[in-house]
Design a protein around this ligand. Structure first.
Ligand SMILES: *Cc1c(COP(=O)(O)O)cnc(C)c1O
Length: 405
């Protein structure tokens, strides 16, 4: 089968809930991937930052194979010998007392919502059924019905109601709006330290610090969704570290699974985690030994190869270079570390044709929210490779290959 065969097969047998670039990949190594025609590409998306360690990192694949040869799944009806060591490492790495493992990001967000609500009833004393959680406009926290119910993106929620009540929306980055939205029934403030899916939107300087103060003052749990921004992506281990806060509950996922297997979870104090009792929450695959073994290797790689430091150094340099590009189509460049959004001017049309032109040159990047090209390569990338990519990006955003507007 060739590229078109694979694409038409998926069109025929699957739901049409994505609009992928027309490339069919077969192999990956580090920051590189190859398609079924044998063409090589630089991966500048990293599966939405789930592949921070690079494709098939040898150490992670070794952990996967070794664990696959002994035990893969027990459910939580029994203990296994990988979950404890994994969660202890995760707690030690992040500075939280407790961790609760899930699989996908959306499940971990749901877990955080349930923890905050139950904490609100049991600890804060909110009347039963009245808990409120504050969220931000343009948020992305996943795809379950509860989560899309508090999305402001029409496409994400339209046709999927009725939705779970108890969520209040404020503009992203507005600490005054946060303070004004808090009521005695507010249990949590769910926030992305940088909004990834919204187009790598960095909040105004000082917002995060003030949000932490507002939450502390009113007994509201700050819930940091670090699923995409965490584990080195933004140039610190966690993006909240730029403002000195990992939240009262921190949600992790994506790169925690090392680009191999879904592993997610929430982290918190014992006071919060102890609201859970046997039977009130769970997941068949959450904490499975295969994922736990992979996640330990995934964390080791991030820490030992200082991927956060690499992201900071290379990202700062990369963004400076992008800002030097003289193109009539670039509105501005924003981001932190190797988490970068290049915003195409409204009058230059969608970012999609620019991504298609990059694809033709062997660079895979994906548009997000129409106007933004997101650059988020695996953090193991070499400077020379980024240099090569920059030359192509500079030429592509001149627009010669693109039907602009
Ligand atoms: C990807 C993402 C999620 C959802 O993760 P899934 O594994 O796709 O369910 C939640 N929050 C943020 C910030 C994300 O980027």
């Amino acid at each position: 089968m060739n590229t078109n065969d694979y694409i038409s097969q998926v069109d025929r047998v699957s739901a049409h809930n994505y609009h992928p670039l027309p490339v069919v990949l077969r192999r990956g190594e580090g920051e590189w991937v190859w398609d079924v025609e044998g063409k090589k590409y630089l991966d500048m998306l990293s599966a939405y930052s789930a592949v921070n360690q690079g494709h098939r990192h040898p150490r992670i694949i070794e952990a996967l194979k070794e664990q696959a040869d002994s035990l893969t799944l027990t459910s939580r009806a029994f203990h296994n010998d990988q979950m404890g060591p994994f969660l202890e490492q995760l707690c030690e790495t992040t500075g939280f007392e407790r961790a609760l493992p899930m699989n996908t990001g959306a499940e971990a967000v749901e877990t955080a919502i349930k923890a905050a609500r139950k904490w609100g009833y049991l600890v804060k004393g909110v009347p039963e059924g009245q808990a409120e959680i504050i969220v931000c406009e343009e948020n992305f926290h996943g795809r379950t019905t509860t989560i899309v119910g508090f999305s402001s993106d029409h496409g994400s929620r339209h046709g999927f109601g009725p939705f779970t009540p108890g969520f209040v929306t404020i503009p992203y980055g507005d600490a005054d709006a946060l303070a004004a939205a808090v009521t005695p029934n507010t249990v949590g403030f769910l926030v992305e330290p940088i909004q990834g899916e919204a187009g790598v939107v960095v909040p105004p300087e000082g917002f995060f610090g003030r949000a932490v103060e507002v939450c502390r003052e009113h007994g509201v749990l700050m819930i940091n969704d670090e699923i995409q921004t965490g584990l080195g992506r933004t140039g610190k281990l966690f993006c909240g570290d730029w403002d000195g806060s990992r939240g009262d509950i921190m949600i992790v996922g994506k790169a925690l699974g090392g680009g191999v297997i879904p592993v997610s979870g929430i982290l918190s104090s014992s006071e919060i985690m102890d609201v859970f009792t046997p039977g009130d929450h769970g997941s068949t695959f959450g904490g499975n030994p295969l994922g736990a073994a992979v996640a330990q290797a995934a964390l080791d790689v991030i820490l030992e190869e200082d991927l956060a430091g690499r992201s900071n150094e290379l990202g700062t340099w990369f963004m400076d270079r992008l800002r030097e590009i003289d193109s009539p189509h670039i509105d501005h460049v924003r981001g932190r570390g190797l988490f970068v959004g290049l915003v195409i001017k409204d009058e230059s049309g969608s970012a999609r044709p620019f991504c298609e032109a990059l694809q033709a040159r062997g660079i895979l990047a994906k548009e997000t929210h129409e106007q933004v090209i997101r650059f988020a390569p695996p953090l193991v990338i070499e400077r020379a490779t980024l240099e090569w990519a920059l030359d192509h990006i500079a030429e592509v955003v001149q627009g010669a290959e693109v039907a602009v507007g």
